[in-house]
Design a protein around this ligand. Sequence first.
Ligand SMILES: [Zn+2]
Length: 82
Amino acid sequence: MKMGVYDTILVPCPTCGEKEEAQSKSGDCLLRTFELDKCPIDVLPDVNRHAPFTCNKCRTVFEVKLFTSYEVVKIKNAKNKN
Ligand SMILES: [Zn+2]
């Protein structure tokens, strides 16, 4: 069992853009740091673990609203079977 290990997600304040550090224990938890928009999908569900966040700069209190979406996209036509 892993203890005290987490990834850090940098969440920008919606008012001033100052980045707050959110700790996530979902995903692989290898002490990595991610920008919110590049955060792996398995790390994201835990982003609000310590929410709401309070911006150190402007005192805005905020959290991350998570959306789940899918899109099925065509890659190519497969070759016909011989
Ligand atoms: Zn702020």
